[in-house]
Design a protein around this ligand. Structure first.
Ligand code: PLP
Length: 358
């Protein structure tokens, strides 16, 4: 089978060994001669999967004891709404930073819940940078940020110093770099980038800050209820949680978040070095805010597009077309993408330069 270098923005590459174990579990889970997806979520084997997944999150991110770990459904997109529903008090306000498509959606949903103030935005320049030095009112219930902007390819180089707890959408950079969880009221992330298949969403929830909104929350949207039911209030998405557990175990065996952070830095350095060196390409974002997960770049001269596209496809590279709202190219370099794949793309960019310059 020809090797495919999978740069897809999400759902995206998962470790080969994880895919192999996951496929085996679909046929025969834990030697029960039953499939993982045909047994009760209340069986001790599945409860053990949930507990192991939660424990791995706790261990990999050093999650303090006053936080609970939930694997829910509805995607990060439902998280946009539930974040405000569970943490924004009826008479209070929350502040948001608008750094792109996903941040905008988070703002839109939160406005359905209560008083939202956008304290900074990079929309004035095509979301090419991360706003800095903005004022965060000390009377806000929380500050909401999107730590990595998957579509535009920006990432907070540092998390803002905030007088109020932060809620962060980390869908596209969770587990890629260390996180000081105690700075957050809540962290949420769809599984389908650095964790597993789409279908479950990770919520790391500060339980001390719950129950203060003064509103009645529908059961399925209520973090406290999910905590009380150990993330099994209703039938959980067992398969995505199982695959997430395998991926987190893979990450732990690799040396955890500090180890993958180093590997990710190496991949991003190689990718951006070529974008900057090669006269045929130009990076999309401000250099200081470049994402280590999603590198966005354009051809300087679009008349060469057909040639470049045929060359990367021929080299077994997949998924580097930019998001439809931005165009150009986007190389997503999530945790499971090997350095070797970045090197393959860099080689194609170099060969392309040679071809164009003759
Ligand atoms: N937030 C970010 C940063 C994303 O990249 C995405 C999807 O790509 C989402 C939210 C939406 O996630 P979901 O599809 O799980 O609702």
């Amino acid at each position: 089978m020809k090797k495919v270098h999978n740069f897809s923005a999400g759902p995206c590459i998962l470790p080969q060994e994880v895919l192999k174990k996951a496929s085996e579990a679909v046929v025969n889970f834990d030697d029960l001669n039953l499939s993982l997806i045909e047994i009760s979520h209340r069986s001790k084997n599945v409860v053990a999967v949930m507990e192991k997944a939660q424990n791995l999150v706790r261990e990999l991110l050093n999650v303090p004891a006053n936080y609970e770990i939930l694997f829910l459904q509805g995607g990060a997109s439902l998280g946009f709404y539930t974040a405000a529903l569970n943490y924004l008090s009826k008479d209070g306000k929350a502040v948001y930073v608008n750094t792109g498509t996903w941040a905008k959606k988070a703002i839109k949903e939160a406005k359905l819940v209560g008083n939202i103030e956008v304290v900074a935005s990079s929309e004035d320049d095509g979301f090419k940078y991360i706003p800095k030095g903005f004022n965060i009112p000390a009377d806000a219930d929380f500050l909401h940020i999107t730590t990595n902007n998957t579509i535009y390819g920006t990432q907070y180089p540092e998390i803002p110093k905030s007088p109020v707890p932060i809620i962060a959408d980390m869908s596209s950079d969770i587990f890629s770099r260390p996180v000081n969880v105690s700075d957050y009221a809540m962290i949420y992330a769809g599984a389908q980038k650095n964790m597993g298949p789409a279908g479950t969403t990770l919520f790391i929830v500060n339980k001390d800050l719950l129950g203060k909104t003064g509103r009645t929350i529908p059961s399925m949207l209520d973090y406290q209820l999910h905590i009380d039911k150990e993330s099994m209030y209703n039938t959980p998405p067992v398969f995505p949680i199982y695959v997430s557990m395998l991926t987190l175990d893979w990450l732990k065996n690799l040396g955890g978040v500090p180890a993958i952070e180093k590997i990710n830095a190496e991949k991003a350095a190689a990718m951006y070095a070529e974008i900057d060196r090669n006269p045929l390409f130009v990076g999309y974002t401000a250099v200081e805010d470049r994402s280590k997960m999603n590198a966005t770049f354009n051809l300087v001269d679009d008349t060469h597009k057909e040639l470049f596209d045929s060359m990367w496809k021929e080299a077994g590279i997949s998924g580097i077309n930019g998001h439809r709202s931005v165009g150009g190219y986007r190389a997503s370099m999530y945790n499971a993408l090997p350095l070797e794949s970045v090197q393959a793309l860099v080689k194609v960019m170099q060969e392309f330069e040679e071809k164009v310059s003759v």
